[in-house]
Design a protein around this ligand. Structure first.
Ligand code: ADP
Ligand code: MG
Length: 322
């Protein structure tokens, strides 16, 4: 059974939330309305040794940082501010104390950066590898929470930063986070400021973060919004380092960018007439560019790729658990 089918099975087995405003399975975070005009958004992500990380290429500090970063990224993708977290770990008996200490230094660094306090968790022994699970709770004005389901025909599809670096780093088994590509894979930065700005904008209709790669994540947004989408491969933003490395390895850089994985960029849709002013506002406030990569059309969740305006097919596969 594939990952999405398994989640759908679980979703169909459990009762739907009854209270108005509660949002369960299907978005980057669940949403629970608070008492006033704010809501809580809640997410949890499990990282397992051998699947999400390899101790030969990542160090304890970076892993600590990343294990919280990927959850903060889900909160950012709702347009919310991360606030609290819970941490559960399973460690093999042989895990050295010095490794564990460096790992806690890593997540302390990012928790200080974004003001996320750890309120609890659980600790267990593992008979096989390391497993790390953070749950992060964020807060946002209910009106500014962005879901995957808001995209409408005519909207533009945008991303918040260049993609593909982490996927290439994984392919090349890059060690540590000192290089541009190593940093993208081992110490990704969640888009907290960008997410909040996009959350506040009425021009933004839907949003999610990219964790499994554009080719896998965008269809999820399309399906949730009941629309189709078209991406122009040539418009995907890639850095010169990625292009250079891909040339050396004879890998098409745009395909790496499209199938990606571990990007943690924000993927969002914008009302076409407001795109230019949104882009200008973000440039002014964050000194950052946003990138229009395609458009939404009527349809049933189909994603098509074009290059130079002509239909094309991707040959690389995105990440799939099962
Ligand atoms: P993300 O990549 O943003 O973390 P996922 O693809 O992991 O999102 O999950 C998609 C949706 O499915 C989320 O709403 C998540 O809460 C839900 N989900 C994933 N795994 C399970 C599970 N085992 N039980 C219930 N819900 C799940
Ligand atoms: Mg996500």
């Amino acid at each position: 059974m594939k990952e999405d089918a398994l989640i759908e099975l679980i979703q169909n087995k459990i009762p739907k939330p009854k209270k108005h405003g509660i949002l369960g399975i299907g978005d980057d975070c669940a949403v629970i309305p608070g008492r006033g005009s704010n809501s809580w958004v809640i997410t949890t992500d499990l990282l397992t040794e051998g699947v999400h990380f390899d101790l030969k290429t990542t160090n304890a500090f970076d892993l600590g940082y990343k294990s919280l970063a990927v959850n903060i990224s889900d909160v950012a993708s709702m347009g919310a501010t991360p606030r609290y977290s819970f941490l559960s770990i399973a460690l093999p008996l042989k895990t050295p104390g010095s490794w564990i200490k460096r790992w806690t230094d890593g997540f302390r660094e990012i928790s200080k950066k974004y003001n996320v306090c750890v309120l609890g968790g659980d600790t267990n022994r593992s008979q096989s590898g390391i497993a790390i699970n953070f749950c992060v709770i964020g807060e946002a004005s209910t009106a500014q929470i962005k879901l995957r389901s808001g995209a409408r025909p005519g909207n533009l599809i945008c991303i918040s930063r260049p993609v593909g670096k982490a996927a290439l780093a994984l392919k090349l088994k890059v060690r540590g986070s000192r290089t541009e590509m190593g940093k993208a894979l081992h110490r990704p930065e969640p888009e907290v400021k960008m997410g909040k700005l996009l959350g506040k904008s009425k021009a933004v209709t839907a949003m999610m973060d990219l964790s499994d790669g554009l080719a896998r994540d965008l269809p999820r947004l399309l399906k949730a919004s009941k629309v189709s989408g078209q991406i122009e491969l040539d418009s995907l933003p890639v850095t010169s380092t990625l292009v250079r490395e891909c040339k050396r390895l004879r890998i098409p850089p745009l395909e790496i960018a499209a199938s990606g994985g571990d990007d943690y960029a924000l993927l969002f849709t914008v009302k076409n007439p407001q795109f230019v002013s949104l882009r200008r506002r973000i440039l002014r406030t964050l000194k950052r560019e946003i990138f229009c990569i395609g458009s939404i059309s009527e349809g049933k969740g189909k994603l098509t790729w074009t290059q130079n305006g002509k239909h094309c097919k991707l040959s690389l596969n995105s990440f799939e658990h099962f």
